[in-house]
Design a protein around this ligand. Structure first.
Ligand code: SF4
Length: 469
């Protein structure tokens, strides 16, 4: 794992800013409530959603345990259908591979369907530097592209925007005055993007799943842009993390049932695009060239680490909607491409633990993420693992000392009683109208953002004694 990259991320500062942004707070509450309600309703509507989720988890576990074999099989099946597989060890390798494909095929205009993996490797700037114009075609991604922002949610990248802000951003970009009415904005987006599809010679997608048995990539969208991206341009490049491979075609329905339910509460997403290779002789449409870029970028190291379970993630976003932290601060506060509970694991692992020291702590460990996750990933357990790892690299001496002292106190009832009496007298010095509003030293962190009730005049022990006397 990498311990030195990019810049130190100020999670606390970014969170504080998000908390004082009323439009963001309103947008987050609205969307996460809708998606979360859909998630619960759709799990409840399945005959035995828990068994199906266990089944999906077993498939993922099996695929990861035999990843070498399935990746080799995948390369053979893709090649047999006229496609080309490229292996990218790092983000830089992946960028270079896609730029080279564009150069060799003489591509100048690219359309992209939503892909977190391409965000992870920061593909767009590399292509633009190489003279290729890139247009995001998922409507949410298009908005954040023209706004110059990063996605703030795995499946709803522009969740931080309101109708009014979208109208502002699009009006500015298109140099025309657009009303802040959802239908007009959507129709304008459609008009602009249709033109881009007709002009594009390169289509770039991610892949929700990659089937080793058949060499098939599967794209799940609600807008149909994935279908146009893979059909109109003459060259198609799909970029997928190596963990996206599933063994058999018959495994696919298990994940399709769960992905849409976990993400939005839909029974099935509106479009499921299943592509096996480039256009075959006699076929009406499809690209002349098909390339599959398989990205490692730290994944094989994670495979052999205690964080292997994070590779089971199907990027549905359910853990974000369920998380009380994400629901208040949104995705940008996390600093990386991936946000929310799973982002608090993936960003430190893919990027750097030392530069993202707050992310493993950005959780109350309430377990809502695991309860919502279609593959029941034990996110709290891995967050604790990351905290342990941080502790190994940078021991917190004061904290260790405090816990060692606390342990000694707990072992001696007389000392515990004495400490409580002392704490009561001490804390009451700062009490006002029954509340502690300002504590000194390390306690000030707590009272900066919330009040704390002052200790009661009589302790529980005293009252208990009285009641039983
Ligand atoms: S960890 Fe689970 S809930 Fe979160 S995005 Fe991944 S699959 Fe979805």
């Amino acid at each position: 794992m990498n311990y030195a990259k990019h810049e130190h991320h100020d999670f606390a500062g970014a969170s504080a800013q998000a908390l004082t942004d009323p439009p963001l707070q309103a947008a987050l509450a609205r969307l996460t409530d809708i998606l979360m309600a859909g998630n619960r309703r759709s799990y409840a509507a399945l005959a035995d959603s828990s068994a199906l989720r266990d089944h999906a988890k077993r498939i993922k576990e099996h695929a990861l345990a035999h990843l070498d074999r399935y990746l080799e099989e995948l390369e053979q099946t893709v090649t047999k259908r006229g496609g080309k597989v490229h292996w990218a060890a790092t983000a830089e390798d992946a960028r270079q591979i896609v730029v080279n494909i564009a150069r060799q095929a003489g591509c100048k205009k690219a359309v992209k369907s939503k892909s977190m993996t391409s965000e992870e490797i920061h593909l767009n700037p590399a292509l633009e530097k190489a003279g290729v114009e890139v247009t995001e075609t998922d409507f949410g991604e298009f908005i954040i592209q023209i706004a110059g922002e990063r996605p703030s949610h795995l499946v709803a990248p522009a969740v931080h925007h309101t109708r009014e802000s979208i109208a502002r951003v699009m009006s500015h970009h298109l140099q025309e005055s657009l009303p802040d009415d959802a239908r007009s904005l959507a129709m304008t987006g459609r008009r602009v993007l249709r033109e881009k599809f007709y002009q594009a010679d390169l289509g770039i997608t991610g892949a929700n799943f990659v089937v080793a048995q058949t060499g098939t990539i599967v794209l799940v969208t609600n807008e149909g842009n994935g279908r146009l991206t893979t059909t109109c341009p003459r060259v198609h490049v799909a970029i997928a993390g190596i963990e996206k491979v599933i063994p058999r075609f018959s495994d696919l329905p298990v994940f399709l049932k769960l992905l849409a339910r976990g993400a939005t509460g839909q029974t099935l997403s509106v479009y499921t695009t299943i592509i096996t290779g480039a256009r075959q002789p006699g076929e009406m449409d499809g690209p002349e060239e098909f390339h599959l870029v398989l990205l490692d970028n730290g994944r094989s190291k994670i495979l052999g680490s205690p964080f292997r379970e994070s590779l089971q993630c199907i990027r549905c976003g359910a853990c974000l909607n369920a998380c009380p932290v994400y629901r208040r601060i949104g995705g940008h506060a996390y600093g990386g491409v991936y946000s929310g509970p799973i982002g608090s694991i993936l960003t430190p692992l893919y990027d750097s633990v030392s530069l993202n020291p707050d992310l493993p702590h950005a959780s109350s460990l309430c377990g809502a993420c695991q309860a919502a996750c279609p593959v029941k990933i034990n996110i709290p357990h891995m967050l604790i693992g990351l905290r342990q790892m941080q502790h190994r690299y940078k021991p917190a001496r004061l904290e260790d000392l405090a816990y060692a002292a606390w342990k000694e106190v707990l072992r001696r009832p007389w000392l515990y009683r004495l400490s409580l009496r002392f704490a009561k007298v001490f804390l009451r010095l700062f009490a006002q109208d029954g509340w502690l509003r300002r504590l000194p030293g390390p306690g000030s962190g707590w009272t900066q953002v919330r009040d704390f009730p002052a200790p009661a005049k009589r302790t529980f022990r005293d009252r208990w004694k009285e009641l039983n006397s």
